[in-house]
Design a protein around this ligand. Structure first.
Ligand code: RB5
Length: 146
């Protein structure tokens, strides 16, 4: 399975930890940056990873910024992206089962490495439940003000 990674400076270190972890497990990784702790703008990395997911260059995306908030907001602006900011493994499991999330966002300054890697494992290995959730996923694409 191919995974797209992206982070700003606040997520750079955790992104690298995740990258090494997944490569050791045999995942193919496309790293969209950033590649240093120099200050950068998280929307750029969210857009790169989101585009790669929508265009099926990768199966899932993993995004990391300081809190995970900004980069998840940015990713969800990409049409077809369902990005979930997760802080525990239950959220990581349920967002796959119920929301068919295709990107997980994590806060590099919020969660520790072990928890982050557990969330990544759960996210990548949980299937969408379908059924009643499918209709709701469809509704997300045309969510308006009605
Ligand atoms: C960068 O300092 C920080 O604002 C960013 O990583 C993120 O936490 C934004 O939501």
């Amino acid at each position: 399975m191919k995974i797209g990674l992206g982070a700003d400076h606040g997520g750079f270190e955790l992104k690298n930890t995740i990258k090494k972890y997944l490569e050791n497990k045999g995942y193919e990784i496309i790293d969209f940056g950033t590649n240093s702790i120099d200050s950068v703008d998280y929307p750029n990395y969210a857009k790169l990873v989101g585009k790669a997911v929508v265009e099926k260059e990768v199966t899932y995306g993993i995004l990391v910024c300081g809190t995970g908030v900004g980069i998840s907001i940015a990713a969800n602006k990409v049409k077809g992206i369902r990005c979930a900011l997760c802080t525990n493994t239950t959220m990581a499991r349920l967002t796959r089962e119920h929301n068919d999330a295709n990107v997980i966002a994590l806060g590099g300054r919020i969660v520790g490495d072990i928890l982050a890697l557990d969330m990544v494992d759960v996210f990548l290995n949980t299937k969408f439940d379908g059924g009643r959730h499918s209709k709701r996923i469809g509704m997300l694409e045309c969510a308006g003000v009605e």
